[in-house]
Design a protein around this ligand. Structure first.
Ligand SMILES: C[S@@+](CC[C@H](N)C(=O)[O-])C[C@H]1O[C@@H](n2cnc3c(N)ncnc32)[C@H](O)[C@@H]1O
Length: 199
């Protein structure tokens, strides 16, 4: 197990990404191609910035990336990549929707939001589900029709309900467990493809 962790950690360092979590997005992207050149991408829980950097490279200068996190990110812009706008904010903040309204619609919403874990599986699961439901609500308000959603969730009792909620909004739904995600970790990713539109 440690071997896998070391491999992705070193790979991230070599490829100049601030976190090994980049490969949890890359694997899904290489298989499902849901981020395209020219897209506008909203990255929820973006710090320290690996997913935003990766998305910025794919969308290129014709696209845009908006990253949101409680913590401030300062990732340098890369040539040939989109500009990344980092917003330091709690996604539960009441100003959040208003702040995004000038930037919508997005073609893709990605969420790697994670709570501060307590080690109590049920508590961590419930906190993660709360974040994921908020990410889904934000996606439903800010995605264009046909857009895509990729979201981390810690599995547990409410996970099947959450997957059904994603199914309600998207034509296709997939559950992804990337190789770079530790086998013992309860995290998985839910991919909603082709947003059907709001209520
Ligand atoms: C696993 S990290 C994200 C790593 C990032 N995807 C990357 O590749 O660099 C999860 C992030 O979720 C953020 N987060 C948790 N709760 C949040 C909230 N309520 N509002 C905004 N960000 C939150 C944390 O601050 C943390 O930086």
């Amino acid at each position: 197990m440690k071997k896998v962790q070391d491999y992705y950690f070193k790979k991230a360092k070599q490829e100049n990404y601030p976190a090994r979590s980049i490969y949890k997005l890359e694997e899904a992207q290489l298989k499902h191609h849901f981020i395209k050149p020219g897209d506008k991408v909203l990255d929820l829980g973006c710090h320290p910035g690996s997913w935003s950097l990766y998305a910025a490279k794919i969308v290129g200068v014709g696209g845009a990336v908006v990253g949101v996190d409680l913590q401030k990110s300062n990732t340098a812009a890369l040539s040939g990549a989109a500009r990344i706008e980092f917003i330091c904010l709690d996604i539960f903040d009441t100003d959040f929707s208003g702040l995004l309204s000038g930037k919508t619609p997005f073609q893709v919403v990605i969420s790697d939001l994670a709570p501060k874990t307590t080690g109590i599986k049920f508590t961590d699961h419930l906190k993660s589900i709360e974040l994921s439901r908020r990410a889904l609500a934000i996606a439903a308000l800010s995605l264009c029709r046909g857009g895509h959603f990729y979201c981390k969730v810690f599995q547990g009792e409410d996970f099947p309900d959450f997957v059904n909620e994603v199914r309600h909004y998207f034509s296709k739904t997939k559950i992804v467990k990337p190789k770079s995600s530790r086998v013992e970790s309860r995290e998985v990713f839910v991919l909603g493809l082709e947003f059907k539109g709001g209520e």
